[in-house]
Design a protein. Structure first.
Length: 121
């Protein structure tokens, strides 16, 4: 399995970064409604919204933008590991936000659906 260990390391690092942003945003990772609101904003906002958040002087808004950017990285890690035949996922924060993203995928313009093979179970 040599060469594939970085996926697990990436997942651990992403989980840690999600938790940090969650602290700034005062997120309760068990609050599915709040996470779905964030997921809907992340999916609906697009690149312009993300860039505006990342440049905002407010630490909370910047943290929200960073959370949304981390979601993109989560998807990339899962996709790349799946392409090598591995199933990669992070801890509780990753799973909670990932589930919210899947559940809210229909709110985005164009009716985006979950990635192929992605299960929220």
């Amino acid at each position: 399995m040599s060469g594939f260990e970085h996926f697990a390391e990436d997942a651990v690092e992403l989980e840690r970064e999600l938790l940090k942003r969650g602290i700034v945003l005062d997120l309760d990772w068990a609050d599915a409604t709040a996470l779905r609101r964030l997921a809907c904003e992340a999916l609906r906002g697009g690149a312009g919204h993300l860039n505006a958040l990342l440049r905002d002087p407010s630490p909370k808004l910047r943290a929200k933008g960073e959370l949304f950017a981390l979601a993109v990285l989560m998807l990339r890690v899962m996709q790349e590991s799946a392409e090598t035949g591995l199933h990669t996922h992070g801890g509780p924060a990753w799973k909670a936000f990932g589930r919210a993203l899947i559940e809210e995928a229909g709110c985005a313009p164009g009716g985006l659906g979950p990635p192929i093979g992605w299960s929220n179970g």
